[in-house]
Design a protein around this ligand. Structure first.
Ligand SMILES: [Fe+2]
Length: 477
């Protein structure tokens, strides 16, 4: 269906970056390694309340056996345990070929600086003293899970002409849970970037064919790539060079030689900040959008409340059009848009004079002409709101007819956007079953027969069929 693909295309244009949202991710799986059943019990209860699925092990050896056969998002381990202590457990885990990226939190009553240092040395993501409050531990666990969920499986592109440097960085980043792509110079990197979009670029400065500076300029001139954090690695610590690179769009400048762990931590920090910023921005836009939709819906409700014959019309149309969308097996994200479209479809009536809108009798020709302006008025009202751009067709085209005899554009068949064809069916059914000052509403059966007969002339047959199926389904319940 052309209309459908148009609609889906419009929605995909406004869709936010695809992020694994830590707030909506599935339950985290946590392994607790501790020889004290009391501590395991308390932790299991607290983490369970956070929504985590918890597995227990009584020492490091048992922990390693369990990790071999199950996947975890986080491990919390005690240090002093019989058979295998927490340091050895963590160290062995970090040498595991596939499980080494699971973050480990060490929870211990050993509070000396050298113990803490050893904990981080063997790869712990956090070291928490048992004297800390439970609240602190749970906050730290949540922070690590969120960060891990944001970073897990992200792709980092390494661009360096030295195979040894590429291998070294690739190994360290893979171990930290990243997916790594690599290129030997800027030109090869651009070829790769035409096929895949990494989440971060780590580039050397001096390379043959196209150097880091040229690559950085190219990346930031491309609107599809310009948001990717770009880190330059170079032995040239000259301040002027650094400033020039930052001006070209580089996010940071790492001076070689650097410690490889420092590079991994920097990459994690940059990506974590980058995605946290995008998430915050997405949440802000979503809350603004909800506020906007709420305000417009209130306006429409106020408009309808003045007329007993149209009161609740938009809410009913919204509910019916959602039924049609479900019958079409549209995804939840699209269904949410369809719901809003149903609510706002008659927004343009705000611009129609009361003597026409509230007229108790049938309209004359002149009055009809004015009323027929409401689809375009609605579209004009919504036009400046970019986040609602995808639902404008529901407002502008819900009075078009499949046979081309509708208004305002006289669009025919699938040239009418799918969303508008769906709203038209819901709108017609609700209008038929509602009383008017000059006629009684049709019975449900008569309205359904009429709707069926309007297929192919006024209404889209696919949408009508989905609507009839949804009504049948409801009647069976
Ligand atoms: Fe309308």
């Amino acid at each position: 269906m052309n209309g459908e693909s148009d609609y889906l295309h419009q929605v995909s244009k406004i869709r936010q970056p695809n992020l694994s949202d830590p707030l909506t991710a599935s339950s985290p799986r946590i392994l607790i390694v501790d020889d004290s059943p009391t501590i395991r019990f308390g932790l299991k209860r607290d983490l369970g309340q956070m929504g985590a699925i918890v597995t227990e092990a009584s020492d490091g050896g048992e922990g390693l056996n369990i990790v071999d056969s199950q996947d975890f998002d986080l491990i919390i381990t005690d240090i002093e345990m019989p058979r295998m202590d927490g340091f050895t457990f963590c160290s062995k885990l970090k040498s595991h070929p596939t499980k080494n990226s699971i973050p480990v939190v060490m929870l211990s009553s050993k509070e000396k600086e050298e113990d803490i240092e050893l904990g981080f040395k063997v790869g712990a993501a956090s070291y928490i003293k048992k004297s800390n409050t439970k609240k602190y531990l749970l906050a730290r666990v949540k922070e690590i899970l969120d960060k891990n969920s944001l970073l897990k499986g992200r792709t980092i592109l390494i661009v360096d002409d030295s195979p040894a440097v590429r291998n070294l960085i690739e190994k360290a980043l893979t171990k930290a849970g990243f997916h790594v792509e690599s290129a030997e110079n800027g030109r090869k990197a651009l070829e790769l970037l035409s096929r895949c979009t990494p989440d971060m670029i780590l580039s050397d400065l001096n390379m043959p064919e196209l150097d880091g500076s040229g690559l950085c300029k190219n990346v930031h001139a491309n609107k599809d790539l310009s948001q990717i954090p770009f880190i330059i690695m170079s032995s040239d610590g000259d301040r002027a060079t650094m400033r020039r690179l930052l001006q070209y769009g580089a996010s940071a400048y790492l001076v070689k030689p650097f410690n490889i762990e420092q590079l991994v931590v920097t990459a994690e920090r940059f990506l974590s900040d980058h995605f946290s910023r995008i998430l915050r921005e997405r949440e802000r836009l979503e809350s603004e959008r909800q506020f906007l939709i709420g305000s417009i819906t209130s306006l429409i409700l106020a408009l309808e409340a003045r007329d007993q014959y149209t009161r609740g019309h938009s809410e009913s149309v919204s509910a019916f059009v959602v039924d049609i969308a479900r019958e079409m097996s549209l995804g939840e994200e699209l269904i949410e848009r369809v719901k809003i479209a149903g609510k706002l479809h008659d927004l343009g009536k705000i611009g129609i004079r009361d003597d026409i809108l509230l007229k108790p009798g049938p309209l004359n020709e002149e009055e009809w002409k004015v009323l027929k302006l409401h689809p375009l008025i609605g579209a004009e009202i919504l036009a400046p709101i970019q986040s609602l751009a995808d639902i404008i067709p529901a407002l502008s085209s819900h009075h078009e007819r499949i046979d081309g005899k509708g208004y305002p554009g006289g669009l025919k068949g699938e040239r009418i956007p799918l969303l508008a064809r769906m709203v038209a069916v819901a709108d017609t059914y609700d209008a038929l079953t509602s009383d008017r000052p000059y006629r009684k509403g049709f019975s449900n059966d008569d309205a359904l027969t009429l709707i069926e007969n309007l297929q192919g002339s006024q209404l889209c047959p696919d949408c009508v069929q989905c609507f009839l199926k949804s009504i049948q389904r409801k009647m069976q319940i």
